[in-house]
Design a protein around this ligand. Structure first.
Ligand code: C2O
Ligand code: CU
Ligand code: CU
Length: 478
């Protein structure tokens, strides 16, 4: 971690707190865009821990309108956490008590959902617990041991998630382990998202019932500007021989990234819920919206080499609304080898950690969850209805079947799961997941254990427009 990451958080926090709602915060040093590109990657500020008690991380988050240098037009009206897009990064360690003092300075209800974190129902920030405009709310949870990984947070109000996230409300949450097998390796946080701007440079919100609105409802909202943090085409410097750990969050409303560095491989070390048992060498990795990956990338041998991280074509669409340029690779960032060779880089060990298997033999139910366009099991979301009921402590297998010709990334709140197989073919290795992409006409089986927390938990398609339209259901654990 560079020390530059921690300094802007104070600045940002001060700005956000000093800025009355609607007055527009000014830009912060940590997470601005420069649409022209080719500057060094900047990472979001890290939230300042206001607690001096060991094992407690206490932070303040404010959601408010702001004006930032974001997008091609320069000063742009956004919605931001603490005046920053992406929002500041929440860093905690396994076992930490996290206390988030949140204030909603938007003019509509919102929530903060801690995507992928195992926590009590009251802290989940789901549509069941809206925070009204002007209200404050305290989210409190303990990060369970064994869950070190890269997570993220975003609003989850009923029907308005696309709007709020597309305007800038999202940030990363990193959980660290005391016994991290990659400790000491330089890290980078890459929050990927895309956006679209109108002729005035404002974030584009299509007219209701316009053609664009209908395409967004079908495809999920996509934009032609691809951001890494809030930069377009930033540069990451790496020394000859160095290895870097990249934590990548897909915070897009709908875009699926098929990531590759042409001419070089990456070491895929982790996904949603942290590290795998073993690293795997890959040429590309697919990150559906709301998924995370961890990869280790290496610099060139001599210095002066340049490589490009690209978003390679990925066809998740139905033909009718597939974007015309879907098969054009897009450059995301430049990896530039420079500086003195590194004599003794941190290496990726052969065994990273244990991922204990969940046993399908212990499952007390096998459920079929059918995805169609905008619906789950032929129903749209109803906050007053419970779709699935199960007892606390039960283990279940869910088969998620996608009957339509478009991918739907399926997400479950509260409980991490393991993917068993895809179309009947066992997945090559275990990992902890909270979102799994279900490609067109495919089926995926997952296994989950409902540990610790009763309550009502959402499961939904994480294409935000689909979620807003009701492609969501409720699992009640009693
Ligand atoms: Cu990332 Cu229900 O959400
Ligand atoms: Cu979630
Ligand atoms: Cu969907």
């Amino acid at each position: 971690m560079t020390s530059a990451r921690t300094i802007p958080s104070l600045v940002t926090l001060a700005l956000a707190l000093a800025t009355p709602a609607g007055a527009g915060g000014q830009s912060n040093a940590g997470a601005l865009s420069d649409a022209a590109g080719s500057s060094a990657l900047r990472e979001p500020p890290v939230l300042e821990n206001l607690s001096s008690e060991p094992g407690v991380v206490e932070v303040r988050l404010v959601a408010a309108p702001a004006t930032l240098a974001y997008g091609p037009g320069g000063a742009t009206r956004v919605l931001a956490f603490n005046g920053s897009v992406p929002g500041p990064t929440l860093e905690a360690r396994e076992g930490d008590r996290v206390v988030v003092r949140f204030r909603n300075e938007l003019d509509e209800p919102t929530t903060i959902h801690w995507h992928g974190i195992h926590l009590p129902f009251e802290a989940d920030g789901s549509p069941f617990h809206p925070v009204g405009p002007g209200e404050e709310h305290v989210y409190a949870f303990t990060v369970p041991p064994g869950t070190a990984g890269t997570y993220w947070y975003h609003p989850h109000p009923h029907h308005r998630t696309t709007h709020q996230v597309s305007h800038g409300l999202f940030g990363a949450l990193i959980v660290r382990a005391a016994d991290d097998p990659l400790a000491g390796m330089p890290e980078r946080l890459l929050v990927l998202h895309d956006n679209r701007f109108d002729e005035t440079g404002a974030i584009d919100v299509p007219e209701r019932r316009s053609l664009q609105a209908r395409i967004d409802d079908e495809n999920g909202r996509e934009g032609d500007v691809l951001f890494v943090n809030s930069q377009v085409g930033p540069v990451i410097d790496i020394r000859p021989g160095e290895a870097q750990r990249w934590r990548i969050v897909n915070a897009s409303a709908a875009r699926v990234y098929r990531l590759g560095i042409p001419g070089s491989t990456m070491v895929h070390v982790g996904s949603d819920g942290g590290l795998f048992e073993r690293p795997t060498e890959v040429e590309e990795v697919i990150v559906a919206n709301s998924e995370r990956v961890e990869v280790v990338v290496r610099g060139g041998a001599a210095g002066g080499e340049e490589a490009t991280l690209q978003a390679l074509p990925y066809d998740r669409y139905i033909p009718q609304t597939r974007p015309r340029d879907w098969d054009t690779p897009r450059d995301l960032l430049t990896l530039r080898t420079a500086g003195e060779p590194l004599a003794d880089p941190v290496r990726v060990p052969e065994i990273l950690r244990e991922v204990a298997p969940l046993d399908p033999g212990s499952a007390s139910a096998a459920r079929l969850v059918v995805l169609t366009q905008g619906m789950i099991n032929n129903r749209k979301m109803d906050m007053a209805r419970v779709d699935i009921t199960a007892p606390l402590g039960a283990t279940e297998v869910w088969e998620i079947e996608n009957l339509v010709g478009m991918d739907h990334p399926f997400h479950l709140h509260g409980f991490r799961f393991q993917v068993i197989d895809r179309n009947g073919v066992a997945v090559p290795f275990r990992s902890w997941k909270d979102t799994v992409n279900v490609p067109k006409h495919e089926r995926v089986r997952i296994i989950v254990r409902y540990e610790d927390f009763a309550g009502k938990w959402m499961f939904h398609c994480h294409i935000l427009n689909h979620e807003d339209m009701g492609m969501m259901g409720v699992l009640e654990i009693t």
